[in-house]
Each structure stands twice: as C-alpha cells, then as structure tokens.
Design a protein around this ligand. Structure first.
Ligand code: 0WD
Ligand code: CA
Length: 450
C-alpha cells in the first residue's frame, strides 16, 4: 500500500472561523471524520483514474503536510483530502460530456425571477464589411450603468426557484426521489472546480448539503473577498463594465432587431439556461448565464445556438498570446465547455478601450491551440487533466457527504498549493438551502409563486 498525506487543517480552521459553534462543530466533525490509530485524519485519492501511488508525485507540492502511517483510507473508506497535482490526473478524457438544456429563466432589472426567455438576446454582429468596428467600450460608464449590487446574497436561489417550479419533470419515479440528479449547482462554481489543477491565485470554498438524495453545491464567498471586490480599482470596475457593454454592441433584444448601444447596462438582467448532463455515474443540473443566441447558428437547438461574448486586449506579442492562452483561455474554455456553448466571440480592444477586431473561436478548438502555443511550457493546461480532476472531485464529494440533512454542511475548501479538504458544520452560518425550498421539495409539489 502506498503512503498518504495528513493534515490538521479541517479541525483548526473551524476553530478559528466559527467560535460560537465551536463545541457543536467539533462534536459533529468527530462523528463524521474518523481518524487513524495515530489520531491523524487520513487522506487518499478517490478516483480510479488517479495514480495508485499518489504520494510520490504529490509530496513536493504539499510540504506543509506531514507524513503519516502507510494507510490510504479510514476504516469506512471515507477520504479526508483530495490532492490537486495535475500529474495525478493524466489519464484519458474520462467520459463524454453532452450538456442538454432542460429549461431556462430570466432575471429582470431588479433581479426578479421570471420563468420565461424575455431576457434572451440575439446575436447581431456588425456587417463583415466593417473590419474595425471601433466600439467605444466605456461609453455610458458614468451615466448609463447599474453595477452589480455587492450586498446580494443570491446563492443557488434562482436555480432552486426553477427546480421548485419544474420539479414534476425532474422526479425520479424509480428511485422515488424528488429529483433525478446527483448534483445541483451553478455553472460558475463548476468552472472553478474544473480549472483547479492549474489555478495559482484564487482558492474557493464550496458548501455542500445532501437533501433527498441530491447534493447541492453553493459557493461561500468569504467577507474578505467581498470587501476586496467592493474596493477593487477603478480600472477593474471599468473592465467589468466593458464586458457588459460589448454585449450591447453585439446583440439585439429581438430576433430581427439591431443592437442599441444607447441602452442602460444593467448587470442584474440575465437569461439563464438550465443544463442537465450525465457523466459516468454522475448526473448534474446547473444554471448558466447565456450572453446570446445566434439565429443563424448551424446548431439551432440550445445550447448549441448560444454564444459567449468576451473582450480582451488586442495581442501585442507572441508572449502576450501565450500568456493569454495559459491563464485566461483555460477559464473561457471551462465556462463554455461545461454548458455546451460551442462558440466564443472575442472583441479585441486597443489602448483606447475601443474594439478593433472581432474573432469567433470554437470552444472545442481551445485545448488544441493551447497545446500548440504553450505545450512545451511547464504546466501547460490540459482538458483531460481538468476533467479527470473534476470527476475525482465529484467522487470525493459523493463519498464524503452521505448524511441526508439540509442543515448539515460539508465545507470543501481549496487554497493554491494545497489539497482540497473539508470541515463539517451542523445548523451553522453555512446552511444554505432555504426553508421554502426544503418544504416545497418535501411536499413534492410544483410551486408557482415562490
Ligand atoms: O458582479 C456581477 N455581475 C455578479 C453577477 C457577481 C456574482 C454573480 N453574478 C450573477 C451573474 O450575473 C449570473 O447570473 O451570478 C450568476 C452566475 O451565473 P454563472 O453562469 O454560474 O456564472 P459564470 O459562468 O461565472 O459567469 C457568467 C457571467 C459573467 O460573464 P463573463 O463573460 O464575465 O464570464 O456572470 C457575470 C459575468 O457577466 N459574473 C460576474 N461579473 C462580475 N463579477 C461575476 C463576478 N464575480 N460572477 C459572474
Ligand atoms: Ca460574457
């Protein structure tokens, strides 16, 4: 049997964070997290795609964790941490990924939920005879902009509303479960998990609860990160605005309409698709914000007809292009790949923040281009590594979270350089499934006025 890693992190972190519930938390953790004979939490890789001898490959990356006795699992087989080192996830691409749209909804200017597609925008690019569109991306920044309300704590709220209103179509009659999916979450959360093996800057925390046989994953944004977002530089604020403004130049409100760049940019408005996907033994349901649909798309059915719009600085050099593929493209790929959006339209902007070039990139081609451009570099990202890690993470969560209770939260945490670990919290500030939802699902009725 191979060696394994150990860490005290799950326990000590909870003590720091959550003094009020200290006693309860420690009690519940002890119930969940069995220790080895030496009193050290155990760890192991959980996917068959992961090397059987992970420690040799992983040890250099996690120097702050100590060695422990040569066992890989607890008596119950529950793992404690999941390593992230890319070299552990080199196996072949694990399963086909065929996202299917099962529904959609819109969010209006007040961020109110509507079960329709009135916020869907239509792709309406400028004529190809205009090679340099010169869209001024800062137009309206001071006078026609409703920025995101950082006080909003939306969590899974909107996708839960969609589920509550459509739960009849999701019932699993065979298993007698209210929902026929293993995981419910937002696409943005999955993007973070998928890119974790190559992320070097920003960690994440995902709260997970098992309720009526389905695992719900909801990101916790620490207060410090919220404060940082509020205090971000004027330039960062402008960049966020420019992304939304680009949509106003490229999209119309109606199928045969023309774009209206004089319209107010309101970040609360959105059209969201609800995607279901089966991957090996895991089924997932998640919502994803969609920028627009292309009425001329060669794939007329959603999500094939959807397009993602992005802006970035025009490339200055080969080094610039390589960095772009290394750090930014992995995120663009992950986001569109997960929701089955086949094309990304990029608006390249100059130093005056005007779009000077438009390019359409096929999502499926991004990993190959990355390999061509940066394949020789150390730690060039690979789609198969991202996916193998992703499957291992889903396996890990399923193995760890086995108590069906909407008030019990397993908080999975990851910081760059370390493995994914978790803590356990009962009836704490981390509980995230709203009572109205729990009641609605238990009643097993569609809710029309939530
Ligand atoms: O600041 C905002 N505008 C935020 C919006 C902050 C946090 C959340 N949201 C909303 C989004 O509008 C969306 O409805 O949450 C929902 C998340 O949807 P998703 O599909 O799961 O999210 P993701 O794939 O991460 O992002 C989709 C879009 C982004 O498009 P780009 O092209 O930038 O990837 O949602 C917006 C953004 O337009 N968005 C954010 N914008 C700024 N700051 C953020 C953020 N932290 N998160 C999502
Ligand atoms: Ca976008």
């Amino acid at each position: 049997m191979g060696s394994f890693l150990s860490t005290e992190k799950p326990y000590s972190q909870t003590r720091k964070r959550n003094r009020r519930d200290d006693e309860d938390n420690l009690r519940s953790q002890r119930v969940k997290c069995r220790r080895s004979d030496t009193g050290t939490p155990l760890s192991c890789p959980v996917s068959p795609s992961v090397s059987e001898e992970p420690f040799k490959l992983h040890s250099a990356k996690v120097g702050r964790f100590s060695l422990a006795a040569p066992r890989q699992r607890t008596d119950t087989g529950i793992p404690f941490v999941l390593p992230i080192s890319p070299s552990l996830y080199e196996g072949p691409f694990p399963f086909a990924w065929h996202p299917v749209e099962v529904g959609h909804f819109s969010l209006d200017a007040q961020r109110c939920y509507c079960g329709d597609d009135h916020q869907l925008c239509y792709y309406a690019p400028p004529s190809s005879s205009i090679p340099f569109p010169r869209f001024d991306l800062l137009d309206g920044y001071h006078d026609r902009y409703v920025p995101w309300n950082e006080g909003l704590r939306e969590g899974l709220g909107k996708v839960l509303k969609w589920i509550a209103q459509n739960n009849k179509q999701l019932q699993d009659k065979e298993k007698r479960q209210p929902l026929n999916v293993d995981y419910v979450t937002l696409r943005g959360h999955l993007t973070k998990v998928l890119t974790t093996p190559y992320e070097t800057r920003q960690g994440w925390q995902l709260a997970v609860s098992l309720f009526c046989g389905t695992l719900y994953l909801s990101e916790i944004v620490p207060e410090a990160v919220r404060r940082q977002r509020k205090q971000c530089s004027e330039r960062a604020k402008q960049q966020t605005y420019m992304g939304y403004k680009f949509e106003k130049y490229m999209c119309a409100d109606t199928q045969n309409g023309t774009p209206d760049p004089s319209a107010v940019v309101n970040t609360h408005e959105a059209f969201c698709t609800v995607i279901q996907v089966q991957m090996g033994s895991h089924s997932l349901l998640f919502s994803a914000e969609v920028d627009c649909t292309d009425p001329q798309s060669p794939w007329p059915d959603p999500p094939g007809c959807y397009m993602e719009l992005k802006t970035t600085r025009a490339m200055q050099s080969c080094a610039h292009r390589r960095n772009f593929y290394k750090y930014k493209m992995i995120k663009w790929w992950a986001q569109s790949f997960l929701s089955g959006v086949p094309r990304i339209v990029v608006g390249y902007r100059d130093d005056m923040d005007s779009v000077v070039e438009l390019k359409t990139i096929k999502t499926a081609s991004i990993p190959k281009t990355a390999k061509k451009l940066i394949g020789e570099e150390q730690n060039c990202w690979k789609a198969k590594v991202c996916m193998n890690f992703f499957v291992s993470f889903l396996d890990f969560v399923k193995k760890v979270v086995t108590t069906d209770d909407p008030k019990l939260v397993h908080l999975f945490e990851w910081e760059p350089e370390g493995p994914v670990s978790y803590t356990v919290h009962r009836d704490s500030e981390y509980t995230f499934l709203p009572e109205w939802y729990v009641k609605a699902i238990k009643r097993g009725q569609s809710v029309t006025s939530v």
